[in-house]
Design a protein around this ligand. Sequence first.
Ligand code: UGA
Length: 438
Amino acid sequence: MRITTVGCGYLGAVYAASMASIGHEVLGLDVDQRKIDGLNEGIAPFHEPGFEKVLAEALASGRLRFSTDYSDAADYTAHVICVGTPQQIDGAGADLTYVHAAVDSLLPHLSDTAVVLGRSTVPVGTAASLRERLRAGGSDAPLAWNPEFLREGFAVKDTLHPDRIVYGLPEDPAEAARAREVLDEMYAPMLEVETPLVIGNYATAELVKVSANSFLATKISFINAVAEVCEATGADVSVIAEAIGLDDRIGPKFLRAGIGFGGGCLPKDIRAFMARAGELGVTEALGFLREVDHVNNRRRDHVVNMARKALGGSFTGKRVAVLGAAFKPDSDDTRQSPALYIASKISGRGADVVVTDPAANERVHAERPNLAIAEDAFAAAKDADLVLLLTEWTQFKELDPVALKEVVGTAHMIDGRNVLDPQQWRDAGWTYQSLGRP
Ligand code: UGA
């Protein structure tokens, strides 16, 4: 299959390289010339384990190239929309500017056999309106929705070995048949190994994606709400998570209590879902997601308060080491990062904050010049009055409390991800606090 990906950010670049790696001819399109030049040279514009290897192999195979010239799309059949749908600057809904621009840029170049596929996360109703946009622009190309479920840090694996594939097909039987034919060919290697295939209409496919992310967000906020009760009672949230997770109706995943969820997906997706429900007149249906968002925000502020108390009531003139800035480990993504939120809040209240992150240092330096950056945990913690572990990178989980104590001013650790062994740290002479654990 000859495929274009429109948008070469996280989703599009990984998708383009992965699809080329399974034998398709792929053209990655984007408006950002620097990004495109880098990708053509095998340079990833973001930190993602395993991606540069797949990219290098795909480029070497001759089946993958990247371009800013949309007229190159004319020779391709499947056009996959992979652009971002960030939160609106002045509202809770999703900003569809890039999705509309993607369709408009493709329109003049769609051949008679072209099929347009959407992978971006969009509010329900978007696919139907994009189909109209294609028709109004003079194209008969069938459009299908095919949401993605990749996680940062596992993006290549999730693209090549998805746990399910979802098709949202158009109502018109001929259009649906053509879209299905193209999708089946694109995903043939995955379908051959019996990856579950779920088929619905446009609205169903759009809702599958936002429902999945909302459920994951709800699970995290649920356990974080339980952590709040644990803090008032002396119970241990990690033991509760282990015990309830053993019930296979609940499952152990996404029950790690801590400073909560961030990133470019979960926070904006639950807000966009609520905003869309409001437009559809079913606000109450998703009222609980507002609480999910509140619990999540509350945990960050709780850690800021814990830090202030740990420092004797004031941040002024205190030195605070922050281990981790990315919204999760194995990523350099700092969008909506709880770690960066806490670091910035504490810095804004007068502390000298030194941040270190194995992948996000450069990004933090560019985005938050007020935060000092250190090469590693030991450099960050030098003479610190307080150390905060906020992103659970392996190198932080494996820190030696005895060695780290040698460099700090005061041995006080707040573990915002509940990943260190309390006993080990206390035995080494630290005041150790975590979230929802005694
Ligand atoms: C999320 C979904 O997990 C993917 O399935 C989805 O495809 C993707 O969004 C998307 O919409 O594109 P991602 O944003 O990469 O993926 O991150 P997650 O692994 O979901 O983690 C989100 C946040 O939740 C992180 O800040 C993480 O630290 C936090 N988290 C996760 C917890 O606080 N506790 C947990 O138990 C799990």
